[in-house]
Structure formats: structure tokens, C-alpha cells
Design a protein around this ligand. Structure first.
Ligand SMILES: C[S@@+](CC[C@H](N)C(=O)[O-])C[C@H]1O[C@@H](n2cnc3c(N)ncnc32)[C@H](O)[C@@H]1O
Length: 200
């Protein structure tokens, strides 16, 4: 089953969507993105715009492939530009934003699609700008997590849902990102300043 297609269909009909705007998450994302009211911000997978409404920037743009969530995001963020588009095909020129966020999307993709998304995040980020990607880690990347992965795969198969690919720290390290463990929900954050040397 095509995981991206599956979740895209779900997003057209599902009312409830997980959004992660705990104070600690907003604080960490703000710090890693180097946000301040002079910067321009893109939030890819902005859902109903809760995170976008909490972040401070001069110009805010949100992208989501769900028209349904985009409508809500526009209501919540009247001064922001909310665009319905695919994360792997961002309709923006190269180097358009100072800060690019992609929070809780990676687990809805397969690795090939995720690599295209990361390419797009980097393309639309300005030189010296920051990119932050946050998600739950793949359980196979931590000790004893293999059985969690197996159980989850079996459970999802039973209800005919595709398995979440999940965030792999190794995948991002290879692309020159630094990794930090998030303050809540066991999330991990990959972050990078465009064209800076990779951190060890
Ligand atoms: C789990 S929610 C996360 C929302 C928000 N970023 C947060 O962390 O609170 C994922 C959102 O990303 C959107 N999404 C998932 N895959 C996408 C893709 N390939 N292109 C565009 N939007 C996508 C979904 O419609 C949904 O609104």
C-alpha cells in the first residue's frame, strides 16, 4: 500500500489530527529555527495551523495537502499564506524562507518520499537559514525497540493500515543534520543551518 496516498486520502476526511504545540516543543522549535519577528517562516504539514499560530515571524507560510485543514489554518492565521500542496513538491522559488519547519510528517512517508521532502525543504531555505524536522524515532533505532516495531507492524497490518516509516536519526545525520532528543512525546529533532558544516 502506498503510504503517502493512504494518509493523503485520510487527511481529506478525518476531522481530528494530531498537532503538537506543547510549550516546550514551541520553545525548542523557536530556538532551533532561530526565529524572531524579522524572519520568514515556512511550516510544511501545518495541519490546522496551531503551531504556526504559536510561532513568531515577519511572514508566515503554511503548506498542507489537506484542503480541509488548510481552511482551518487560514481561519486561525489570517495574516499567513496557507497553500494546499505536497511536501515533496513545494510551490515556492529557491531560497524563499529564513526558517523551514517540518514537524510530525516524516512518519507518514516512505524513505524515498522523505528524501524528496528533505530536498525540497533545503531548496526553499535561504543560504544561512535554518531547517528543523521533528518526529517520533523509528523504534528500530533504539535498544530493544525491534519488538515494538514488529508488534506495531503486525497490529497495523491487521487493520489494513500501512506501517509508519518514522524518523531515522541516521538518515538525517548522513545529510549533515545535528540531532537532539525532544522534551516531550519522545520526539527527535534534526536541524541544520543551510551551507554550514555538518555537526558531529
Ligand atoms: C501529524 S500532523 C502534524 C501537524 C503539525 N505539523 C504538528 O506537528 O502539530 C501531519 C500533517 O501533515 C500533513 N501532511 C502529511 N503528509 C503530507 C505531505 N506529503 N504533503 C503535505 N502535507 C502532508 C497532514 O495533512 C497533516 O495535517
Amino acid at each position: 500500500m502506498d503510504i503517502v496516498g493512504y494518509w493523503k486520502r485520510q487527511s481529506q476526511t478525518t476531522e481530528r489530527i494530531g498537532e503538537y504545540t506543547e510549550e516546550k516543543v514551541v520553545g525548542l522549535v523557536t530556538r532551533l529555527l532561530g526565529l524572531n519577528p524579522k524572519k520568514t517562516l515556512l511550516d510544511v504539514g501545518c495541519a490546522t495551523g496551531k503551531m504556526l499560530s504559536r510561532l513568531r515571524a515577519r511572514r508566515k507560510t503554511g503548506v498542507d495537502y489537506s484542503e480541509k485543514y488548510a481552511k482551518k489554518a487560514r481561519k486561525k492565521n489570517p495574516s499567513a499564506k496557507i497553500v494546499v500542496a505536497e511536501a515533496a513538491e513545494l510551490p515556492f522559488k529557491n531560497a524563499s524562507f529564513d526558517a523551514v519547519l517540518c514537524h510530525s510528517l516524516m512518519h507518514l512517508m516512505d524513505p524515498a518520499y522523505a528524501a524528496r521532502v528533505v530536498g525540497e525543504l533545503e531548496r526553499v531555505c535561504k543560504k544561512g537559514g535554518r531547517i528543523v524536522i521533528g518526529d517520533v524515532p523509528d523504534p528500530r533505532t533504539y535498544p530493544g525497540g525491534k519488538w515494538v516495531y514488529r508488534l506495531r507492524t503486525e497490529a497495523l497490518k491487521a487493520v489494513n493500515k500501512p506501517h509508519y516509516t518514522m524518523f531515522s536519526p541516521a538518515f538525517f545525520k548522513e545529510k549533515g543534520y545535528a540531532i537532539v532528543a525532544g522534551p516531550v512525546n519522545d520526539r527527535y529533532y534534526a536541524y541544520k543551518q543551510k551551507y554550514s558544516k555538518p555537526r558531529k
